[in-house]
Design a protein around this ligand. Structure first.
Ligand code: ARG
Length: 478
């Protein structure tokens, strides 16, 4: 017989000496996994209800467990819970406290369960809730973009390729491009949520359990679509965390591209837009400075989320089935990815409706850089010139304009006609910025009429989505 006093651990039966103090700290996860407490309690309540329904626990025992767990939830939320490193993780902290409160019944909660299926359940519940919050933030940000796009449908700016002026575009159209990226992000996160929404409970340590449990019942109580299929896979799978980090990395990549443009556009050199003071900070030495800190920080934070994706991929790549302690390392990257993407989206959703366009500056910028050169070529094609020949003619006209320091629209009819006799008085309509954007009047084009139609469609979709999310949120326990 081993001496129970040698170690006070919940798993201490077969141990002959206490854990080394450093090893205890090294292996503990409670400092970070305590954020799962609400999901841990939720999972335990469902597990206990199932045990009772399957006649493994009595109704009286279930009631005791329920009351105990609810009290523990309150203790944690009011800051009166003594978290202990010796108890290693959130699961054993809560279980030990339950036993302290309700005695031997507390020790029965873990019947037919292991921390392996418990933690796999907790993370899924946590991440599912966070995905819903993140999806709501994406939607709020998109609504801000689309509403701004509506107000700026007629605002003309230079569109760029290679960061060189290419063709004029509507600023509203540019804003909708950002929203289009976020549409895909939203879809990816919903897809990730759909695939992860299965209950690992009942897989126990790895092989399932000998008790007559009902996995469908716990799945249903926890709002999962169904139980997971294979017990070995259930306790070891962290694909969902990787998928989430991949989707989150793309969200951050998009926000980072967006940030890059805002940083450029708020510079004195571009001066296309203004951000409200409350989203910027100053310099401690240069009094004139107003720095776009929020976009810069978001751009910087994109790297950390991609880093977490790589951490999780590396964490999983060499693990044999089934659970390994390595898996405890999934939490910090995942939590930080969640926090980072949530905060970045919040900052952007708050900031975007307050972006103001310097319309005149944008317009004047579009007038420089021969933005309507393609329009002149298209004009010549309409007059019967082959496109390649038209391209050549316009190239020469541009070279002349560069030499003269004048835009194509600033050349006289006679000057233009020297390059092609097909050119007529009506050329100036084609060369105007307004004419240029209005002419791109097809689905996905930059004509203000198309931008307005796209705004209407987006608003309709986003409102529908908002309703669906609100409905779902009502079902998700906080
Ligand atoms: N803290 C552990 C984790 O996060 C819980 C599961 C522990 N299971 C075990 N067999 N040691 O993964």
């Amino acid at each position: 017989m081993q001496d129970q006093d040698k170690t006070s651990k919940l798993w201490g039966g077969r141990f002959n000496e206490p854990t080394d103090a450093f090893v205890q700290r090294f292996t503990a996860s409670v400092d970070f996994d305590r954020r799962l407490y609400a999901h841990d309690i939720e999972g335990s309540l469902a597990h206990a209800s199932m045990l009772c329904r399957c006649h493994i626990l009595s109704q009286q025992e279930l009631e005791k467990i329920r009351t105990g767990l609810e009290e523990i939830r309150q203790e944690i939320e009011s800051g009166n819970f003594a978290w202990s490193l010796e108890l290693e993780d959130v699961h054993m902290n809560i279980e030990a406290r339950l036993t302290e409160k309700i005695g031997i019944t507390g020790k029965k909660l873990h019947t037919g369960r292991s921390r392996n299926d418990q933690v796999a359940t907790d993370i899924r519940l946590y991440l599912r809730q966070q995905i819903d919050i993140i999806c709501a933030e994406i939607t709020r940000l998109q609504l801000g973009l689309v509403e701004l796009a509506s107000a700026e449908a007629d605002t003309i700016m230079p569109g760029f390729t290679h960061l060189q002026t290419a063709q004029p575009v509507s600023f509203g159209h540019h804003l909708l491009a950002w929203s289009a990226m976020l549409d895909r992000d939203y879809g990816r996160l919903r897809d990730c949520r759909r695939r992860m929404n299965q209950s690992p409970l009942g897989a126990a340590a790895l092989a399932g359990t000998t008790y007559p449990i009902d996995r469908h019942y716990t799945a249903e109580l926890l709002g999962f679509d169904m139980p997971t299929e294979n017990s070995l896979d259930s306790v070891s799978d962290r694909d969902f965390a990787i998928e989430f980090c991949a989707a989150a990395s793309l969200v951050m990549t998009h926000l980072s591209r967006f940030s890059e443009e805002l940083v450029l556009w708020t510079s004195a050199q571009f001066n296309f837009v203004r951000l409200p003071d409350r989203f910027c900070t100053g310099s401690s030495i240069m009094p004139q400075k107003k720095n776009p800190d929020v976009p810069e920080l978001v751009r910087g934070k994109a790297g950390r989320v991609s880093g977490h994706l790589l951490s999780l991929l590396m964490l999983m790549k060499a693990q044999p089935l089934a659970y390994n302690k390595d898996n405890q390392e999934d939490k910090e990257p995942l939590f930080d990815a969640v926090d980072t993407v949530r905060d970045s989206l919040k900052a952007y959703a708050d900031m975007v409706p307050n972006i103001s366009a310097n319309r005149e500056v944008m317009y004047q910028a579009a007038r420089r850089g021969f933005a309507t050169a393609t329009d002149l070529a298209d004009y010549l094609v309409r007059k019967g010139t082959a496109f390649r020949d038209a391209h050549e003619v316009v190239g020469k006209a541009v070279a002349f304009g560069v030499e003269q320091g004048r835009d194509l629209s600033e050349l006289s009819l006679e000057e233009l006609q020297a390059f092609s006799s097909a050119i007529d008085e009506d050329v100036f309509k084609a060369l105007s910025l307004e004419g240029s954007i209005a002419a791109r009047n097809h689905i996905g084009g930059t004509a203000p009429a198309q931008v307005r139609a796209a705004v209407d469609q987006s608003l309709h979709r986003l409102r529908q989505r908002g309703q669906k999310l609100a409905h779902q949120a009502a079902r998700v326990p906080e």
